[in-house]
Write a protein that binds this ligand. Structure first.
Ligand code: LLP
Length: 477
């Protein structure tokens, strides 16, 4: 079936299944639309992680986020093994938990040897409670509060310092701690482990809101300030500056920007050495894109990692610098493809000669990406996988807002109320950006593996929705 919008030809449901066997580690999940374990079972239903999606919806309700453990573990391993293969020094892959922060996801990433990148006290709290070791947690953010900085310091994680204000605040916090350490807690103070985030001025072609590496960015130190910055930091005995960090954007398909970044970062490292700062870690950020629609063509994980390692090795050799510990922090490419969202079809409306709306039981509250970034998704009918595509419909959410459209011009078989639609590649920036708009309870999420499904996020209840509400006595009726 052919569609002209958007992204060109849409495939039938079965054609979205990963082509080779899921045991074929050459599949880079970010180049697929469905999780690696996706199959069609004898009922013509979509099966993920050995679980029938229709049975899952019956058991756990709808909408439902379904996370395939095999895909998530595979992406974690591919990142880790690619660095081990192509990089001669030490490396550490961090999961950018802003993509989806919850206990189970952090625990799976950590069990695969990954560290965690957090950007708030809440994400830090989640990672710590998932059992992630603080030595493997890196705390980012352009406006960390004093409370967050104290929390981060006490937890023992590494703080990625973003700006002068934060740097001065941290020095003050550290000096106070040192003073305490001189008194009743003698000897207990250790300089705070920090990295410095810099804005490399590298452009990449992605949505304007998700570009972060160009000079006009709210994140990071201006590289023109490097001398002043390194000079200041080198004099702070209460800080232990271990490395440099940069992140240039998200959903990036080009490989050149990250190679340019790697080269620039080695130059910065050389400059830090001139100020007596021994920088032993470089973090090149995240950003590798994924396939949301057929025409998306991101590099594989290995293709992304390899040239970065090569550039760093060559540049370090040329500058006569020791190889740093190399870090990166992917979010989207680690988790997006591992998850799908299952919705139940409800009402429909035909607007003659214009379009047919098909409404599902979720929408912009569980997936705000279409309305926020005009992101395009694909969907399939999970209870009739081999049915031919005969209709073109617009998938609408259930929110009181005309813009609450999940997918325009989706090609589907004829549907009826009760059918289960699966929207693919929803693992990143869906649950983590979900809201309670219109007071919709946030959906449940399950992790599936080997025919077993376990709840990882409970569906919110109406009681949950009013849990934080306060009704002052004088307003009670
Ligand atoms: N590190 C830093 C410092 C970041 O700011 C980000 C993403 C990442 C790592 C992870 O990037 P990734 O590998 O996921 O591309 N909400 C937007 C994406 C915002 C990305 C923000 N920073 C979306 O839904 O497309």
């Amino acid at each position: 079936m052919v569609s002209t919008h958007p992204g060109g030809v849409q495939l039938s449901a079965q054609q979205y299944l990963p082509q080779a066997s899921s045991k074929n580690i050459n599949i880079s999940p970010n180049q697929e639309l469905l999780p690696l374990s996706a199959k069609v079972n004898s009922h013509d239903h979509l099966e993920i992680g050995g679980c029938d999606v229709i049975t899952l919806v019956r058991q756990f309700g709808s909408p439902l986020y379904i996370l395939d453990e095999e895909t998530l573990r595979t992406t974690c391993r591919q990142y880790r093994e690619s660095f081990q293969h192509y990089y001669k020094g030490q490396s550490q892959v961090l999961y950018a938990s802003k993509a989806w922060s919850c206990l189970a996801v952090c625990a799976i990433a950590a069990s695969e040897g990954l560290g965690i990148d957090v950007v708030s006290g809440g994400e830090l709290y989640t990672a710590l409670n998932a059992g992630v070791s603080p030595e493997k947690i890196y705390f980012h953010g352009n406006n960390k509060s004093r409370e967050e900085l104290v929390f981060a310091t006490e937890s023992g994680c590494t703080i990625v310092v973003d700006n002068w204000y934060e740097l001065h605040t941290l020095v003050e916090i550290a000096e106070n701690l040192e003073r305490l350490g001189d008194g009743e807690m003698k000897g207990s103070f250790h300089p705070i482990r920090i990295m410095l985030r810099l804005t490399p001025g590298i452009e990449c072609h992605t949505h304007e809101y998700i570009r972060t590496g160009h000079l006009d960015s709210k994140f990071g130190f201006d590289p023109n300030d490097l001398d002043e910055l390194f000079s200041f930091v080198s004099k702070q005995s209460v800080l232990n500056c271990v490395g440099l960090h940069a992140h240039i954007g998200s959903q990036v398909f080009e490989r050149q920007p990250h190679q340019d970044l790697a080269a620039v970062m080695v130059q910065w490292m050389g400059k830090a050495a001139d100020y007596g700062l021994t920088v032993t870690e470089l973090n090149v950020g995240g950003g590798l894109g994924i396939k949301y629609i057929e025409s998306d063509d991101p590099p594989s994980i290995e293709e992304w990692v390899k040239p970065i390692c090569e550039v760093i090795q060559t540049a370090c050799a040329a500058e006569n610098l020791p190889l740093p510990k190399l870090l990166c922090e992917p979010g989207r490419s680690l988790i997006a493809t591992a998850c799908v969202t299952a919705y139940t079809v409800g009402s429909s409306k035909v607007v003659p000669d214009i379009r047919t709306y098909l409404a599902v039981d979720g929408g912009m509250s569980d997936n705000p990406r279409p309305i926020t970034y005009q992101s395009v998704y694909r969907t399939i009918v999970a209870n009739r996988m081999s049915a031919p595509l005969t209709e073109t419909v617009t998938i609408a959410g259930k929110h009181c807002e005309s813009g609450d459209i999940l997918i325009e011009n989706a090609q589907l078989p004829k549907t009826q109320p009760g059918d289960v639609l699966v929207v693919m590649a929803t693992g990143a920036y869906n649950y983590s950006m979900a809201s309670n708009y219109n007071r919709l309870p946030r959906p449940a999420a399950v992790v599936v593996a080997n025919g077993e499904a376990n709840l990882i996020l409970q569906r919110e209840t109406y009681q949950d929705l009013i849990r934080q509400d306060c009704l002052p006595e004088r307003l009670k009726n």
